[in-house]
Design a protein around this ligand. Structure first.
Ligand SMILES: Nc1nc2c(c(=O)[nH]1)N[C@H]1C(S)=C(S)[C@@H](COP(=O)(O)O)O[C@H]1N2
Ligand SMILES: [Mo]
Length: 252
């Protein structure tokens, strides 16, 4: 099934599920269930809101497609990155032993995790596709710790709704809702195709969100914060992406 027909089906499915043809009721359902994306400025009924809400209502527990080992791309594309800054180069020179993932916000036990600590939790692997909004993609085997594991260790508070994550690379930060944060395929990834995660692909640590476009998989993660309110971050749109015209919710 093509992407387009799948999207159509999901939208039709939402309309059918709500028993109406108009978009207005879908939008009010979205409002009722807290499914208005943060980059939507309160205008409901079309576009992003319906897309986000319909995915969340109908596909909340779906899994990103997993591939066979034979389908791993022979040359995983490393998207162009800005030259690493001084802070990164210093950490790299030390073999990333001083790399830390700070975890704070609405958690009972804020703290900072070293890579060794992250690797001490049971690791998982997935062979999934990373799709860039520009049209290219690759399949790789990702290794890491499910984000849910780290959130469990930190103890998320009941009212938490989003996880915001920050790169050491200036300007790169994003967020996901708890549905994606606790999803079994959402990883803090430190390995790729059997080795360490290459710096070009976001090593030593990146977010991996296979159910959304590549830009949600932010590289060089050094901090995550749990929150109930995305308005406090940046321009209040949930991530840096909508500030330059890309949707906060980027389901694939
Ligand atoms: N810190 C940081 N994270 C980033 C980017 C970036 O430039 N810097 N590019 C994003 C985009 S647009 C894509 S498509 C993917 C590319 O991942 P890849 O380099 O493994 O191909 O990383 C995402 N994460
Ligand atoms: Mo991208």
């Amino acid at each position: 099934m093509t992407d387009l027909s799948r999207r159509k089906l999901i939208k039709t499915g939402l309309a059918a599920a709500t028993g109406i043809a108009g978009l207005g009721v879908g939008a009010s359902l979205a409002k009722k269930y807290g499914l208005i994306p943060p980059d939507h400025a309160g205008i409901w009924g079309v576009g992003e809101t319906l897309n986000y809400a319909s995915y969340r209502l109908l596909a909340n527990h779906s899994m990103a497609r997993e591939f066979a080992r034979s389908e791993i791309s022979s040359r995983p594309l490393a998207n162009e990155i800005a030259p690493p800054g001084e802070a990164f180069l210093k950490l790299q020179a030390g073999g990333f032993t001083d790399w830390r993932l700070a975890v704070d916000g609405m958690v009972d036990r804020p703290g900072a995790f070293s890579l060794a600590q992250l690797k001490s939790y049971p690791s998982r692997t997935q062979i999934t596709q990373l799709s860039c909004e520009e049209g290219w993609s690759y399949v790789a085997e990702w290794k890491g710790v499910p984000l849910s594991q780290v959130l469990e260790v930190a103890g998320i508070r009941p009212r938490a709704r989003y996880v915001v994550y920050f790169s050491i690379e200036p300007g790169w930060w994003d967020s996901i809702d708890m549905g994606d944060a606790l999803h079994p395929q959402t990883y803090l990834a430190y390995g790729m195709n059997g080795g360490d995660l290459p710096v070009g692909n976001g090593g030593p640590l990146r977010m991996r969100v296979p159910r959304q476009l590549g830009y949600k998989s932010v590289k060089f993660i050094t901090r995550l914060t749990v929150t109930d309110d995305l308005k406090k971050f940046g321009k209040g749109l949930g991530s840096a992406s909508p500030e330059s015209g890309y949707a906060w919710y980027a389901g694939v």
